[in-house]
Design a protein around this ligand. Structure first.
Ligand code: ZN
Length: 233
């Protein structure tokens, strides 16, 4: 039995990965992290997406196991990112040229927690939606980092865990296309309506590409990706 653990945040990328996992594995667990994100809407969307997915594909969701949320609120106190501060804009930090939304090492920490849980539940694959196509500014999302971490985790646990990254080289348009290939237009609509990516936590206005402020870096990327995806169709 092939068991996978999906690192699931409720955004477009990890939601697409969750459906991918259900299509490709025998049993699928999910894990999320409450690390003091500026907006709690993300955590709310996680639950709503899982609920909507269960309605969307009852049969496949029989393979969906329990969802776990790890409380990591203390993480916020250690970092100084625009994503975890109460205010602040999103731009490039002139000290390191990384976006101010960068939370140092976030994915390394999440994946280490996920690995420990995967080991415990007997899942041999962790699936994460990180990628380097759109987010090349985040060094903890790069392929080289993930491969090195996979090696370190396996050395440290004497295990044979795989970290699968289906979106590593996909941009947002290709991620929408992947959602389309997995579940057709109806699944793309589910992604559009039931996931949250906006850094500003804006979740009142529904655009054709989804909810969001439409001007933060995350919204701009998602909007651009959706428009490119539409041209592909
Ligand atoms: Zn936004």
């Amino acid at each position: 039995m092939k068991k996978a653990l999906v690192v699931f945040s409720g955004g477009q990328d990890s939601s697409t990965c969750l459906y991918y996992a259900l299509k490709n594995y025998d049993y699928v667990y999910t894990i999320g992290f409450a690390y003091g994100q500026r907006h709690s809407i993300e955590m709310k969307c996680r639950q709503e997406f899982i609920k909507a997915l269960k309605n969307f594909d009852k049969e496949l969701c029989k393979k969906l196991g329990p969802d776990r949320v790890v409380d990591m609120l203390s993480f916020k106190d250690l970092t100084d990112s625009a994503l975890t501060k109460d205010s602040g804009s999103y731009e490039l930090n002139d000290k390191n040229n990384l976006p101010t939304s960068f939370v140092p090492g976030r994915n390394l920490i999440f994946l280490s927690y996920a690995a420990s849980y995967a080991y415990t539940i007997g899942a041999d694959t962790i699936i994460t939606g990180v990628g380097q196509a759109d987010y090349s500014g985040y060094p903890d999302c790069r392929d080289e980092t993930i491969k090195a971490l996979e090696k370190a985790l396996n050395l440290g646990m004497e295990s044979n865990l795989k970290i699968e990254t289906p979106l590593m080289f996909k941009d947002k348009a290709q991620t929408f296309k992947m959602a389309y290939d997995l579940g057709g237009r109806a699944f793309v609509d589910l992604i559009v309506r039931n996931t949250h990516t906006c850094y500003e936590g804006e979740h009142n206005v529904l655009h054709d590409w989804g909810y969001g402020c439409g001007i933060c870096p995350s919204c701009l990327l998602r909007k651009k990706g959706y428009e490119e995806f539409k041209k592909l169709m």
